[in-house]
Design a binder for this molecule. Structure first.
Ligand code: ADP
Length: 524
């Protein structure tokens, strides 16, 4: 026995989509922000470090500029201090002469020029004796033969240290050393502030991204939740006419909702059709079964002894069985008629030849009728239709024309090519169909006059089969009729070129050959 349908959805979802979405957006923002911050901080740090190094190198440059004109062998307090502090002290004629060309430059102090509390300066003579030191110069003296500026990070000093020899431009000899210490107080303060700002911004960005992610997830998941809810209702009650409320959004999710509703409509139509079909079939079968039952009861009661009743009832029962057989065959034809493209994908047939043949067959079967064939088709005219199906369609229309003809026993068949394809028409001059009924004759089991149609052996399925077949082959069928004057049934089918027909026939032949070979190889 079939298991009752169960929801395959787990009761507790381990990680809801909304959460995943929010987390994904948050991680995305985190990574983007982290990378951008890293780039920004690195570039900014680089710029600031360069500025700090420049400050040291400028100070060294300024000191060198002041002290290099000293002509003595070694620097002394006397020739250093005034040049650095900018004070005018009389150091004797030698110095006065030496200082004359640039005396005005020394009127301002290098210390003032530095004007930064975190930069300190120390000047040593060539033996390493301190000649000048701004009060907080705290780094030990080291000789250096070239100008060296380096960033030092140690437990007792964080900053930039610059060391350079002072060479006299007069004697060309090394006369002392300059050492500049930059504690980079502003740099460290700025960097700390930047880090604090980034952390704060990061927190805000993370919260904002989580919020945005959550809101976006809610918005995007809304249709999905609605679809799930709708599926739940449809699962509970398959006949329900519930549909997803159409969202006013012009995107893929909006399309999904529309498509989903259309799919539900189609399924609903299909279920309704199935139900109707079963109802119609049972209804159609009820009459012959009731007739059969009546005759069998008759036979049971009197037929055994009365040969007349026996003959009559047997003949009537056989007739009903034949009718039921034709009904069952027509119902099968109808259900198969919508799968033609799957069953016969490469089928082609020459419509010109098929019409000639079917009309000739009818001429032979009904010699009392005049069949006129007005065929404008010149030579082979190919359509993508399985030949037996084309014959079946023509037979249904010609048979109806014959069945529903009255006094005028004439049937006209015409065929012509037009811009869209080939157009066929079957015309009779019989009872005709009222406009009200014209719309319904293609419905299953519909007969204008049920008793009369039944008398003529009709089940009301012929036109349904014809319509289903024609539409499956991408054609159209229509009726034009006047009550009491006759009807014209028209069929339009697309035609294909001879080359396409040849190609399709060749591929069909290959397919059949392959299938035959397969069977042979299977049979060994
Ligand atoms: P049936 O087997 O009863 O003929 P069809 O589906 O072929 O079933 O036709 C449906 C109904 O349409 C018929 O019962 C008949 O009333 C009407 N009909 C079909 N063809 C014609 C026609 N050529 N002239 C008048 N009525 C027609």
């Amino acid at each position: 026995m079939a298991e009752p349908a169960q929801s395959t959805r787990p009761q507790r979802r381990r990680m809801p989509l909304g959460f995943k979405w929010t987390a994904l957006v948050a991680v995305g923002v985190f990574v983007t922000f982290a990378v951008l911050s890293l780039v920004l901080v690195t570039v900014m740090r680089q710029i600031l470090v360069t500025q700090e190094r420049n400050a040291v190198s400028d100070t060294i440059g300024a000191v060198e500029q002041r002290l290099s004109p000293v002509a003595a062998d070694n620097l002394t307090v006397a020739n250093v201090v005034p040049r650095i502090e900018g004070t005018t002290i009389d150091y004797g004629p030698a110095n006065a002469i030496e200082d004359t060309p640039s005396a005005s430059i020394f009127s301002d102090s290098v210390i003032q020029k530095i004007s930064r509390a975190d930069i300190s300066l120390a000047i040593f003579d060539k033996d390493g004796q301190t000649l000048f030191s701004s009060q907080h110069s705290d780094q030990p003296f080291q000789r250096s033969q070239t100008t060296k500026i380096e960033m030092i990070r140690s437990h007792d000093f964080n900053g930039t240290l610059g060391r350079a020899p002072i060479v006299s431009t007069v004697t060309g000899k090394m006369i002392g050393y300059v050492q500049v210490t930059n504690h980079m107080t502003d740099f460290f303060t700025t960097m700390r502030q930047v880090y604090e700002l980034i952390i704060a911004l990061f927190g805000v960005a993370l919260l904002a991204s989580m919020l945005i992610g959550f809101l976006m997830a809610r918005r995007f998941l809304k249709p999905i939740r609605l679809i799930t809810k709708t599926i739940d209702v449809v699962n509970e009650e398959p006949q329900s006419s519930i549909r997803i409320p159409v969202l006013r959004r012009n995107d893929e999710l909006g399309d999904l909702v529309i498509e989903f509703n259309q799919m539900l409509d189609r399924i609903q139509r299909f279920i309704d059709q199935q139900g109707e079909f079963v109802q119609d079939v049972s209804h159609e079968l009820r009459t012959p079964v009731a007739i059969l039952e009546g005759h069998l009861q008759l036979l049971n009661r009197w037929g055994k002894d009365d040969p007349e009743v026996l003959d009559e009832s047997l003949a009537a029962s056989l007739q009903e069985v034949t009718r039921m057989k034709s009904l069952i065959q027509e119902m099968l034809d109808l259900t198969r008629a919508d799968q033609v493209d799957v069953q016969f994908p490469n089928a082609v047939c020459d419509i010109n030849q098929t019409i000639n043949q079917v009309v000739n067959d009818f001429r032979m079967i009904h010699p009392d009728f005049v069949f006129t064939l007005d065929n404008d088709l010149k030579g082979e005219t190919w359509v993508r239709v399985y030949r037996n199906h084309l014959e079946q369609i023509l037979i249904i229309l010609l048979d109806n024309a014959f069945k529903y003809s009255t006094d005028r026993k004439e049937i006209h068949v015409s065929a012509a090519l037009n811009s869209d394809g080939v157009s066929l028409a079957v015309q009779d001059f019989g009872e005709g169909i009222s406009p009200k009924d014209s719309d319904r004759v293609f419905n299953r089991f519909y007969r204008v006059d049920k008793a009369r149609s039944r008398e003529k052996g009709g089940n009301g399925l012929g036109l349904s089969i014809a319509q289903q077949l024609v539409e499956s082959y991408h054609g159209q069928i229509s009726v034009d009729s006047a009550l009491g004057h006759g009807s014209v049934f028209r069929i339009d089918l697309p035609v294909i070129t001879e080359a396409t027909a040849a190609k399709l026939k060749a591929s069909e032949a290959t397919k059949q050959k392959t299938t035959t070979t397969d069977i042979h190889s299977e049979l060994g």
